[in-house]
Write a protein that binds this ligand. Structure first.
Ligand code: FAD
Length: 497
Protein backbone atom coordinates (compact mmCIF):
# COMPACT_ATOMS: atom_id res chain seq x y z
CA UNK A 1 0.00 0.00 0.00
CA UNK A 2 1.05 3.62 -0.51
CA UNK A 3 -0.12 7.19 0.10
CA UNK A 4 -0.02 9.51 -2.92
CA UNK A 5 0.88 13.18 -2.96
CA UNK A 6 -0.20 14.71 -6.24
CA UNK A 7 2.18 17.61 -7.05
CA UNK A 8 0.70 20.47 -9.05
CA UNK A 9 1.78 24.05 -8.47
CA UNK A 10 3.77 23.06 -5.40
CA UNK A 11 7.05 21.71 -6.76
CA UNK A 12 8.87 21.71 -3.43
CA UNK A 13 9.38 19.59 -0.33
CA UNK A 14 9.69 22.16 2.46
CA UNK A 15 6.67 24.09 3.67
CA UNK A 16 4.24 22.02 1.61
CA UNK A 17 0.99 21.36 3.49
CA UNK A 18 -0.31 18.48 1.35
CA UNK A 19 3.01 16.64 1.20
CA UNK A 20 3.62 17.05 4.92
CA UNK A 21 0.19 15.57 5.73
CA UNK A 22 0.65 12.77 3.18
CA UNK A 23 3.85 11.79 4.99
CA UNK A 24 2.10 11.88 8.35
CA UNK A 25 -0.70 9.67 7.04
CA UNK A 26 1.81 7.21 5.57
CA UNK A 27 3.63 7.06 8.89
CA UNK A 28 0.39 6.35 10.81
CA UNK A 29 -0.37 3.53 8.42
CA UNK A 30 3.17 2.24 8.27
CA UNK A 31 3.32 2.60 4.48
CA UNK A 32 5.29 4.73 2.01
CA UNK A 33 4.58 7.89 0.00
CA UNK A 34 4.61 8.15 -3.80
CA UNK A 35 4.83 11.53 -5.51
CA UNK A 36 2.74 11.94 -8.63
CA UNK A 37 2.94 14.64 -11.31
CA UNK A 38 0.71 14.69 -14.34
CA UNK A 39 1.28 16.73 -17.44
CA UNK A 40 -1.78 17.45 -19.44
CA UNK A 41 -0.67 19.25 -22.62
CA UNK A 42 -4.27 20.37 -23.11
CA UNK A 43 -4.07 22.27 -19.83
CA UNK A 44 -0.86 23.99 -20.91
CA UNK A 45 -2.60 24.88 -24.14
CA UNK A 46 -5.83 26.12 -22.59
CA UNK A 47 -3.99 28.18 -20.01
CA UNK A 48 -1.53 29.64 -22.51
CA UNK A 49 1.46 28.52 -20.47
CA UNK A 50 4.57 30.06 -22.01
CA UNK A 51 7.46 27.89 -23.24
CA UNK A 52 9.64 29.63 -20.64
CA UNK A 53 7.28 28.59 -17.87
CA UNK A 54 7.00 25.01 -19.19
CA UNK A 55 10.77 24.80 -19.21
CA UNK A 56 11.02 26.24 -15.69
CA UNK A 57 8.51 23.69 -14.40
CA UNK A 58 10.30 20.78 -16.03
CA UNK A 59 13.62 21.97 -14.63
CA UNK A 60 12.01 22.32 -11.21
CA UNK A 61 10.66 18.78 -11.49
CA UNK A 62 14.16 17.42 -12.00
CA UNK A 63 15.30 19.07 -8.77
CA UNK A 64 12.19 17.89 -6.95
CA UNK A 65 12.73 14.32 -8.10
CA UNK A 66 16.30 14.31 -6.77
CA UNK A 67 15.20 15.70 -3.40
CA UNK A 68 12.32 13.26 -3.10
CA UNK A 69 14.52 10.33 -4.02
CA UNK A 70 16.84 11.27 -1.15
CA UNK A 71 13.87 10.73 1.16
CA UNK A 72 13.19 7.38 -0.49
CA UNK A 73 10.10 8.88 -2.20
CA UNK A 74 9.67 8.15 -5.92
CA UNK A 75 8.18 10.70 -8.31
CA UNK A 76 6.01 9.20 -11.00
CA UNK A 77 5.51 11.54 -13.96
CA UNK A 78 3.02 10.89 -16.66
CA UNK A 79 1.60 12.65 -19.70
CA UNK A 80 -2.17 12.36 -20.03
CA UNK A 81 -3.05 13.72 -23.48
CA UNK A 82 -6.70 14.54 -22.77
CA UNK A 83 -7.20 16.55 -19.64
CA UNK A 84 -10.66 15.16 -19.02
CA UNK A 85 -8.98 11.80 -18.34
CA UNK A 86 -6.77 13.03 -15.51
CA UNK A 87 -9.16 12.01 -12.67
CA UNK A 88 -9.71 8.58 -14.20
CA UNK A 89 -5.97 8.05 -14.57
CA UNK A 90 -5.30 9.01 -10.96
CA UNK A 91 -7.84 6.47 -9.74
CA UNK A 92 -6.31 3.79 -12.00
CA UNK A 93 -2.92 4.51 -10.47
CA UNK A 94 -4.41 4.30 -6.97
CA UNK A 95 -5.72 0.85 -7.82
CA UNK A 96 -2.44 -0.22 -9.38
CA UNK A 97 -0.48 0.93 -6.33
CA UNK A 98 -3.10 -0.08 -3.79
CA UNK A 99 -3.28 3.54 -2.56
CA UNK A 100 -6.21 4.49 -0.34
CA UNK A 101 -5.24 8.11 0.23
CA UNK A 102 -4.50 10.90 -2.24
CA UNK A 103 -3.24 14.26 -0.96
CA UNK A 104 -2.79 17.50 -2.88
CA UNK A 105 -2.89 21.28 -2.56
CA UNK A 106 -5.84 23.11 -4.06
CA UNK A 107 -5.70 25.11 -7.30
CA UNK A 108 -8.56 27.59 -7.31
CA UNK A 109 -9.37 28.19 -10.98
CA UNK A 110 -12.70 26.77 -12.27
CA UNK A 111 -11.14 24.19 -14.67
CA UNK A 112 -9.06 22.78 -11.85
CA UNK A 113 -11.95 22.76 -9.37
CA UNK A 114 -14.13 20.94 -11.92
CA UNK A 115 -11.39 18.37 -12.41
CA UNK A 116 -11.13 17.88 -8.65
CA UNK A 117 -14.91 17.53 -8.36
CA UNK A 118 -14.74 14.61 -10.80
CA UNK A 119 -11.87 13.12 -8.87
CA UNK A 120 -13.81 13.35 -5.60
CA UNK A 121 -16.69 11.40 -7.16
CA UNK A 122 -14.43 8.73 -8.63
CA UNK A 123 -12.52 8.36 -5.36
CA UNK A 124 -15.77 7.98 -3.43
CA UNK A 125 -16.90 5.20 -5.76
CA UNK A 126 -13.67 3.32 -5.13
CA UNK A 127 -13.35 3.96 -1.40
CA UNK A 128 -10.29 6.19 -1.82
CA UNK A 129 -9.89 9.19 0.50
CA UNK A 130 -9.05 12.42 -1.35
CA UNK A 131 -7.45 15.15 0.77
CA UNK A 132 -7.18 18.57 -0.96
CA UNK A 133 -5.57 21.27 1.20
CA UNK A 134 -5.31 25.04 1.23
CA UNK A 135 -1.67 25.94 0.69
CA UNK A 136 -1.28 28.27 -2.28
CA UNK A 137 -2.34 31.45 -0.47
CA UNK A 138 -0.94 32.68 2.82
CA UNK A 139 -4.50 33.20 4.07
CA UNK A 140 -6.99 30.74 2.56
CA UNK A 141 -9.56 32.32 0.21
CA UNK A 142 -12.89 33.04 1.87
CA UNK A 143 -11.33 33.70 5.28
CA UNK A 144 -11.42 37.50 5.21
CA UNK A 145 -14.69 39.42 4.99
CA UNK A 146 -15.64 43.07 4.99
CA UNK A 147 -17.77 44.48 7.82
CA UNK A 148 -20.88 43.49 5.85
CA UNK A 149 -19.63 39.93 5.33
CA UNK A 150 -18.51 40.32 1.73
CA UNK A 151 -15.31 39.60 -0.17
CA UNK A 152 -12.96 42.60 -0.32
CA UNK A 153 -12.80 44.20 -3.76
CA UNK A 154 -10.42 46.95 -2.65
CA UNK A 155 -6.85 46.14 -1.75
CA UNK A 156 -6.03 48.51 1.14
CA UNK A 157 -8.73 47.31 3.56
CA UNK A 158 -8.03 43.75 2.41
CA UNK A 159 -4.38 44.18 3.37
CA UNK A 160 -5.31 45.60 6.78
CA UNK A 161 -7.58 42.60 7.44
CA UNK A 162 -4.91 40.20 6.11
CA UNK A 163 -2.28 41.57 8.49
CA UNK A 164 -4.68 41.57 11.46
CA UNK A 165 -5.68 37.97 10.72
CA UNK A 166 -2.09 36.78 10.55
CA UNK A 167 -1.17 38.60 13.75
CA UNK A 168 -4.13 36.97 15.49
CA UNK A 169 -3.34 33.52 13.98
CA UNK A 170 0.46 33.27 13.82
CA UNK A 171 0.14 29.48 13.43
CA UNK A 172 -1.04 30.07 9.84
CA UNK A 173 2.47 31.20 8.98
CA UNK A 174 4.16 28.25 10.61
CA UNK A 175 5.94 25.70 8.47
CA UNK A 176 4.24 22.28 8.57
CA UNK A 177 6.46 19.40 9.73
CA UNK A 178 9.13 18.48 7.18
CA UNK A 179 8.27 15.34 5.19
CA UNK A 180 9.64 12.14 6.63
CA UNK A 181 11.53 9.52 4.65
CA UNK A 182 10.01 6.31 3.38
CA UNK A 183 11.36 3.16 4.97
CA UNK A 184 14.57 1.93 3.40
CA UNK A 185 12.93 -1.07 1.79
CA UNK A 186 10.59 1.15 -0.26
CA UNK A 187 13.25 1.86 -2.82
CA UNK A 188 13.95 -1.75 -3.56
CA UNK A 189 10.39 -3.07 -3.16
CA UNK A 190 7.48 -3.21 -5.58
CA UNK A 191 7.69 0.51 -6.39
CA UNK A 192 11.37 0.47 -7.34
CA UNK A 193 10.48 1.06 -11.01
CA UNK A 194 9.05 4.50 -10.13
CA UNK A 195 12.43 5.84 -9.02
CA UNK A 196 14.65 7.78 -11.42
CA UNK A 197 12.01 8.15 -14.15
CA UNK A 198 12.85 10.34 -17.11
CA UNK A 199 11.47 13.90 -16.96
CA UNK A 200 8.81 14.29 -19.69
CA UNK A 201 9.55 16.65 -22.55
CA UNK A 202 7.51 19.71 -23.41
CA UNK A 203 5.37 19.44 -26.55
CA UNK A 204 7.25 20.68 -29.65
CA UNK A 205 5.70 24.14 -29.83
CA UNK A 206 6.37 24.77 -26.13
CA UNK A 207 10.10 24.12 -26.44
CA UNK A 208 12.69 26.86 -26.19
CA UNK A 209 15.49 27.47 -28.64
CA UNK A 210 18.67 26.02 -27.03
CA UNK A 211 20.35 29.41 -26.67
CA UNK A 212 17.30 30.99 -25.01
CA UNK A 213 16.90 27.94 -22.77
CA UNK A 214 20.47 28.30 -21.58
CA UNK A 215 20.01 32.01 -20.90
CA UNK A 216 16.90 31.35 -18.81
CA UNK A 217 18.64 28.57 -16.90
CA UNK A 218 21.31 31.05 -15.90
CA UNK A 219 18.89 33.85 -15.09
CA UNK A 220 16.42 31.71 -13.14
CA UNK A 221 17.90 28.58 -11.59
CA UNK A 222 15.05 26.18 -10.80
CA UNK A 223 14.11 24.30 -7.67
CA UNK A 224 13.43 25.16 -4.07
CA UNK A 225 17.04 25.52 -2.95
CA UNK A 226 17.59 28.12 -5.68
CA UNK A 227 14.39 29.89 -4.61
CA UNK A 228 15.46 30.02 -0.97
CA UNK A 229 18.93 31.26 -1.93
CA UNK A 230 17.37 34.05 -3.96
CA UNK A 231 14.98 35.00 -1.16
CA UNK A 232 17.67 34.91 1.52
CA UNK A 233 19.96 37.07 -0.60
CA UNK A 234 17.15 39.57 -1.19
CA UNK A 235 16.24 39.72 2.51
CA UNK A 236 19.85 40.09 3.59
CA UNK A 237 21.02 42.59 0.97
CA UNK A 238 18.17 44.35 -0.80
CA UNK A 239 14.92 44.47 1.12
CA UNK A 240 15.96 47.48 3.21
CA UNK A 241 15.99 49.65 0.07
CA UNK A 242 12.97 47.99 -1.53
CA UNK A 243 10.46 50.67 -0.59
CA UNK A 244 12.52 53.39 -2.26
CA UNK A 245 13.92 51.50 -5.23
CA UNK A 246 11.26 48.98 -6.25
CA UNK A 247 9.80 51.15 -9.01
CA UNK A 248 13.04 51.61 -10.93
CA UNK A 249 13.51 48.85 -13.51
CA UNK A 250 17.22 49.45 -14.05
CA UNK A 251 18.01 49.03 -10.36
CA UNK A 252 17.23 45.29 -10.25
CA UNK A 253 15.97 45.83 -6.73
CA UNK A 254 13.04 43.43 -6.49
CA UNK A 255 13.21 39.83 -5.27
CA UNK A 256 12.69 38.09 -8.64
CA UNK A 257 10.90 35.18 -7.03
CA UNK A 258 7.59 35.39 -8.92
CA UNK A 259 8.53 32.40 -11.12
CA UNK A 260 9.12 30.40 -7.94
CA UNK A 261 5.79 31.45 -6.46
CA UNK A 262 4.10 30.52 -9.73
CA UNK A 263 5.68 27.05 -9.96
CA UNK A 264 5.40 26.52 -6.22
CA UNK A 265 9.13 26.05 -5.74
CA UNK A 266 8.64 28.72 -3.09
CA UNK A 267 5.52 29.04 -0.95
CA UNK A 268 4.16 32.55 -0.48
CA UNK A 269 3.89 31.57 3.19
CA UNK A 270 7.66 30.94 3.34
CA UNK A 271 8.30 34.35 1.79
CA UNK A 272 6.09 36.17 4.27
CA UNK A 273 7.37 34.25 7.30
CA UNK A 274 11.02 34.82 6.39
CA UNK A 275 10.41 38.50 5.70
CA UNK A 276 8.57 38.86 9.03
CA UNK A 277 11.44 37.16 10.84
CA UNK A 278 13.89 39.56 9.22
CA UNK A 279 11.92 42.48 10.68
CA UNK A 280 13.11 43.86 14.00
CA UNK A 281 9.48 44.03 15.21
CA UNK A 282 8.80 40.39 14.14
CA UNK A 283 5.59 41.82 12.69
CA UNK A 284 4.19 42.08 9.19
CA UNK A 285 3.82 45.82 9.47
CA UNK A 286 5.84 48.44 11.30
CA UNK A 287 9.60 48.15 11.72
CA UNK A 288 11.58 48.11 8.49
CA UNK A 289 9.73 50.02 5.77
CA UNK A 290 11.24 47.88 3.01
CA UNK A 291 10.07 44.65 4.64
CA UNK A 292 6.58 45.99 5.25
CA UNK A 293 6.35 47.14 1.70
CA UNK A 294 7.58 43.82 0.30
CA UNK A 295 5.16 41.79 2.41
CA UNK A 296 2.35 43.98 1.13
CA UNK A 297 3.33 43.08 -2.45
CA UNK A 298 3.16 39.38 -1.67
CA UNK A 299 -0.28 40.08 -0.18
CA UNK A 300 -1.44 41.36 -3.61
CA UNK A 301 -0.94 37.81 -4.82
CA UNK A 302 -3.35 36.55 -2.13
CA UNK A 303 -5.77 39.40 -2.88
CA UNK A 304 -6.13 38.49 -6.56
CA UNK A 305 -6.60 34.81 -5.71
CA UNK A 306 -9.30 35.61 -3.17
CA UNK A 307 -11.02 37.74 -5.81
CA UNK A 308 -10.85 34.91 -8.34
CA UNK A 309 -12.46 32.48 -5.90
CA UNK A 310 -15.30 34.84 -5.17
CA UNK A 311 -15.88 36.05 -8.73
CA UNK A 312 -14.78 33.10 -10.93
CA UNK A 313 -16.39 34.68 -14.01
CA UNK A 314 -13.18 36.70 -14.39
CA UNK A 315 -11.65 33.43 -15.67
CA UNK A 316 -14.09 33.46 -18.57
CA UNK A 317 -12.73 36.47 -20.43
CA UNK A 318 -15.13 38.83 -18.68
CA UNK A 319 -14.04 42.09 -17.07
CA UNK A 320 -14.57 42.25 -13.31
CA UNK A 321 -16.45 45.50 -13.83
CA UNK A 322 -19.50 44.57 -15.84
CA UNK A 323 -20.01 48.09 -17.15
CA UNK A 324 -16.72 47.85 -19.06
CA UNK A 325 -18.08 45.09 -21.31
CA UNK A 326 -19.32 47.55 -23.89
CA UNK A 327 -16.23 49.54 -24.69
CA UNK A 328 -15.57 49.63 -28.42
CA UNK A 329 -11.98 48.52 -28.89
CA UNK A 330 -9.83 49.09 -31.93
CA UNK A 331 -8.74 45.82 -33.50
CA UNK A 332 -5.71 47.18 -35.30
CA UNK A 333 -3.30 44.35 -36.10
CA UNK A 334 -0.44 46.66 -37.04
CA UNK A 335 -0.70 48.43 -33.69
CA UNK A 336 -0.81 45.15 -31.79
CA UNK A 337 2.25 43.95 -33.69
CA UNK A 338 4.09 47.19 -32.92
CA UNK A 339 3.23 46.88 -29.22
CA UNK A 340 4.11 43.23 -28.92
CA UNK A 341 7.43 43.49 -30.75
CA UNK A 342 8.52 46.75 -29.12
CA UNK A 343 8.18 49.15 -32.08
CA UNK A 344 5.68 51.74 -30.87
CA UNK A 345 8.02 54.72 -30.95
CA UNK A 346 7.55 55.10 -27.18
CA UNK A 347 11.02 54.09 -25.94
CA UNK A 348 10.00 52.96 -22.44
CA UNK A 349 7.23 50.74 -23.85
CA UNK A 350 9.53 49.30 -26.50
CA UNK A 351 12.35 48.66 -24.03
CA UNK A 352 9.94 46.81 -21.75
CA UNK A 353 8.51 44.61 -24.50
CA UNK A 354 11.94 43.76 -25.86
CA UNK A 355 13.13 42.89 -22.36
CA UNK A 356 10.15 40.55 -22.05
CA UNK A 357 11.13 38.76 -25.25
CA UNK A 358 14.74 38.43 -24.18
CA UNK A 359 14.23 37.41 -20.53
CA UNK A 360 10.63 36.09 -20.23
CA UNK A 361 10.23 38.60 -17.38
CA UNK A 362 9.15 42.21 -17.00
CA UNK A 363 9.47 44.58 -14.07
CA UNK A 364 6.18 45.46 -12.35
CA UNK A 365 6.30 49.17 -13.19
CA UNK A 366 6.84 48.29 -16.85
CA UNK A 367 3.97 45.81 -16.81
CA UNK A 368 1.83 48.71 -15.65
CA UNK A 369 3.10 51.10 -18.31
CA UNK A 370 2.80 48.63 -21.21
CA UNK A 371 -0.63 47.37 -20.12
CA UNK A 372 -1.99 50.88 -19.82
CA UNK A 373 -0.44 51.82 -23.17
CA UNK A 374 -2.09 48.88 -24.94
CA UNK A 375 -5.58 49.49 -23.63
CA UNK A 376 -5.61 53.26 -23.29
CA UNK A 377 -3.24 54.65 -25.88
CA UNK A 378 -3.86 52.05 -28.58
CA UNK A 379 -7.39 51.25 -27.40
CA UNK A 380 -6.71 47.58 -28.03
CA UNK A 381 -8.75 45.01 -26.14
CA UNK A 382 -6.90 44.42 -22.85
CA UNK A 383 -7.49 40.67 -23.20
CA UNK A 384 -5.07 40.57 -26.14
CA UNK A 385 -2.36 41.94 -23.89
CA UNK A 386 -3.31 39.71 -20.99
CA UNK A 387 -2.94 36.67 -23.24
CA UNK A 388 0.30 37.92 -24.75
CA UNK A 389 1.81 38.26 -21.29
CA UNK A 390 0.74 34.74 -20.34
CA UNK A 391 2.33 33.27 -23.45
CA UNK A 392 5.64 35.02 -22.77
CA UNK A 393 6.17 35.37 -19.02
CA UNK A 394 8.14 32.82 -17.03
CA UNK A 395 6.01 33.74 -14.01
CA UNK A 396 2.68 33.73 -15.90
CA UNK A 397 -0.05 33.28 -13.32
CA UNK A 398 -3.70 33.70 -14.14
CA UNK A 399 -4.86 35.52 -11.00
CA UNK A 400 -1.94 37.96 -10.77
CA UNK A 401 -1.84 38.61 -14.49
CA UNK A 402 -5.58 39.09 -14.87
CA UNK A 403 -5.61 41.22 -11.72
CA UNK A 404 -2.73 43.36 -12.99
CA UNK A 405 -4.37 43.88 -16.36
CA UNK A 406 -7.69 44.74 -14.73
CA UNK A 407 -6.01 47.24 -12.42
CA UNK A 408 -4.04 48.99 -15.16
CA UNK A 409 -6.83 49.13 -17.72
CA UNK A 410 -9.55 50.17 -15.26
CA UNK A 411 -11.65 47.10 -16.07
CA UNK A 412 -10.75 45.07 -13.01
CA UNK A 413 -10.83 44.94 -9.26
CA UNK A 414 -9.69 48.01 -7.30
CA UNK A 415 -8.76 49.71 -10.57
CA UNK A 416 -7.13 52.98 -11.46
CA UNK A 417 -10.05 55.28 -12.44
CA UNK A 418 -10.38 55.17 -16.24
CA UNK A 419 -9.73 58.88 -16.58
CA UNK A 420 -6.31 58.48 -14.96
CA UNK A 421 -4.19 57.72 -17.99
CA UNK A 422 -0.48 57.09 -17.61
CA UNK A 423 1.61 59.50 -19.61
CA UNK A 424 4.36 57.18 -20.91
CA UNK A 425 6.83 60.07 -21.32
CA UNK A 426 6.37 61.18 -17.72
CA UNK A 427 6.52 57.61 -16.43
CA UNK A 428 9.69 57.12 -18.40
CA UNK A 429 11.38 60.24 -17.03
CA UNK A 430 10.32 59.41 -13.50
CA UNK A 431 11.20 55.71 -13.32
CA UNK A 432 14.10 55.51 -15.77
CA UNK A 433 15.53 58.96 -15.09
CA UNK A 434 18.89 58.36 -16.75
CA UNK A 435 17.40 56.36 -19.60
CA UNK A 436 19.60 53.45 -18.56
CA UNK A 437 16.89 50.85 -19.06
CA UNK A 438 15.90 52.28 -22.45
CA UNK A 439 19.50 52.30 -23.69
CA UNK A 440 19.98 48.72 -22.53
CA UNK A 441 17.04 47.37 -24.54
CA UNK A 442 16.66 49.79 -27.46
CA UNK A 443 20.05 49.83 -29.18
CA UNK A 444 18.79 52.31 -31.81
CA UNK A 445 18.75 54.95 -29.06
CA UNK A 446 22.01 54.16 -27.31
CA UNK A 447 23.81 57.15 -28.75
CA UNK A 448 21.00 59.57 -27.93
CA UNK A 449 22.23 61.81 -25.17
CA UNK A 450 20.50 63.00 -22.01
CA UNK A 451 16.77 63.24 -21.48
CA UNK A 452 16.08 63.19 -25.22
CA UNK A 453 16.22 59.40 -25.04
CA UNK A 454 12.70 59.37 -23.55
CA UNK A 455 11.19 60.99 -26.65
CA UNK A 456 13.83 61.60 -29.33
CA UNK A 457 11.55 62.85 -32.11
CA UNK A 458 9.94 65.42 -29.84
CA UNK A 459 13.40 66.52 -28.68
CA UNK A 460 14.41 67.00 -32.32
CA UNK A 461 17.93 67.96 -33.42
CA UNK A 462 20.68 65.38 -33.04
CA UNK A 463 18.44 63.01 -30.96
CA UNK A 464 15.88 62.79 -33.75
CA UNK A 465 18.61 62.36 -36.35
CA UNK A 466 20.14 59.45 -34.42
CA UNK A 467 16.75 57.80 -33.97
CA UNK A 468 15.92 58.23 -37.64
CA UNK A 469 19.32 57.02 -38.82
CA UNK A 470 19.04 53.89 -36.70
CA UNK A 471 15.53 53.14 -37.92
CA UNK A 472 13.76 53.77 -34.61
CA UNK A 473 10.03 54.25 -35.37
CA UNK A 474 8.15 57.48 -34.81
CA UNK A 475 5.34 57.24 -32.19
CA UNK A 476 2.51 55.17 -33.72
CA UNK A 477 -0.08 57.22 -31.89
CA UNK A 478 -0.03 60.80 -30.73
CA UNK A 479 -0.27 61.08 -26.95
CA UNK A 480 -2.85 63.88 -26.70
CA UNK A 481 -5.07 62.36 -29.39
CA UNK A 482 -4.84 58.92 -27.72
CA UNK A 483 -5.74 60.35 -24.35
CA UNK A 484 -8.83 62.13 -25.60
CA UNK A 485 -9.97 59.17 -27.69
CA UNK A 486 -9.61 56.89 -24.68
CA UNK A 487 -11.59 59.19 -22.38
CA UNK A 488 -14.36 59.44 -24.96
CA UNK A 489 -14.51 55.72 -25.72
CA UNK A 490 -14.47 54.62 -22.07
CA UNK A 491 -17.17 57.16 -21.22
CA UNK A 492 -19.36 56.05 -24.12
CA UNK A 493 -18.84 52.35 -23.31
CA UNK A 494 -19.76 52.72 -19.67
CA UNK A 495 -22.77 54.88 -20.61
CA UNK A 496 -24.03 52.12 -22.91
CA UNK A 497 -24.55 49.76 -19.96
P1 FAD B 1 8.68 41.65 -5.92
O1 FAD B 1 8.45 43.09 -6.09
O2 FAD B 1 9.92 41.23 -5.25
O3 FAD B 1 7.40 41.08 -5.13
C1 FAD B 1 7.43 39.88 -4.38
C2 FAD B 1 6.34 38.93 -4.80
O4 FAD B 1 5.06 39.49 -4.55
C3 FAD B 1 6.34 38.59 -6.28
O5 FAD B 1 7.25 37.55 -6.56
C4 FAD B 1 4.90 38.20 -6.53
O6 FAD B 1 4.67 36.85 -6.18
C5 FAD B 1 4.14 39.10 -5.56
N1 FAD B 1 3.67 40.31 -6.24
C6 FAD B 1 4.33 41.49 -6.36
N2 FAD B 1 3.56 42.40 -6.98
C7 FAD B 1 2.40 41.78 -7.27
C8 FAD B 1 1.19 42.19 -7.91
N3 FAD B 1 1.03 43.43 -8.37
N4 FAD B 1 0.21 41.28 -8.06
C9 FAD B 1 0.35 40.03 -7.58
N5 FAD B 1 1.46 39.59 -6.96
C10 FAD B 1 2.47 40.45 -6.81
N6 FAD B 1 2.86 38.52 -11.25
C11 FAD B 1 2.98 37.19 -11.44
O7 FAD B 1 3.48 36.51 -10.56
N7 FAD B 1 2.52 36.61 -12.58
C12 FAD B 1 1.93 37.32 -13.58
O8 FAD B 1 1.52 36.74 -14.60
C13 FAD B 1 1.82 38.73 -13.42
N8 FAD B 1 1.28 39.51 -14.40
C14 FAD B 1 1.16 40.86 -14.20
C15 FAD B 1 0.56 41.65 -15.21
C16 FAD B 1 0.42 43.03 -15.02
C17 FAD B 1 -0.26 43.86 -16.11
C18 FAD B 1 0.88 43.61 -13.83
C19 FAD B 1 0.75 45.09 -13.61
C20 FAD B 1 1.46 42.85 -12.84
C21 FAD B 1 1.61 41.47 -13.01
N9 FAD B 1 2.23 40.66 -12.02
C22 FAD B 1 2.31 39.30 -12.21
C23 FAD B 1 2.66 41.24 -10.73
C24 FAD B 1 4.12 41.70 -10.64
O9 FAD B 1 4.46 42.48 -11.73
C25 FAD B 1 5.12 40.54 -10.52
O10 FAD B 1 4.69 39.64 -9.53
C26 FAD B 1 6.50 41.07 -10.12
O11 FAD B 1 6.97 41.95 -11.10
C27 FAD B 1 7.44 39.91 -9.95
O12 FAD B 1 8.75 40.32 -9.70
P2 FAD B 1 9.44 40.08 -8.27
O13 FAD B 1 9.33 38.65 -7.88
O14 FAD B 1 10.80 40.65 -8.34
O15 FAD B 1 8.49 40.95 -7.35
Amino acid sequence: EAVIHWFKRDLRIRDNTGLSLACQKAKEKGVGVIGLWILSPQDWEAHLVSPAKCDFELRSLRVLQRKLNKLGIPLHMEVVPERKNVPKRIVELCEEWDAKNVFCNIEYEPDELRREEKLVKKCLEKGIAFWPHHDDCVVPPGTLKTGSGKQYAVYTPFFRAWVAYLHAHPEVLQEPPAPTSNSRGFRTGRFSHLFDEKIPEAPDHKRLEPEFKERLEQLYPAGEAAALDRLQHFLAEQVGEYHDTRNFPSKDSTARVSMHHAAGTLAARTSVRMARDANSTRKLDGGNEGIRSWISEVAWRDFYRHVLCNWPYICMHKPFKYEYTNITWEYDDAHFRAWSTGHTGYPIVDAAMRCLHATAYMHNRLRMITASFLAKHLLLDWRLGEQFFMTHLIDGDFASNNGGWGFCTSTGVDPQPYFRIFNPWTQSEKFDPDGEFIREWVPELREVEGMAVHNPYEAGGEAARVAERNGYPRPIVEHRFARERCLRRFKEGIGRE
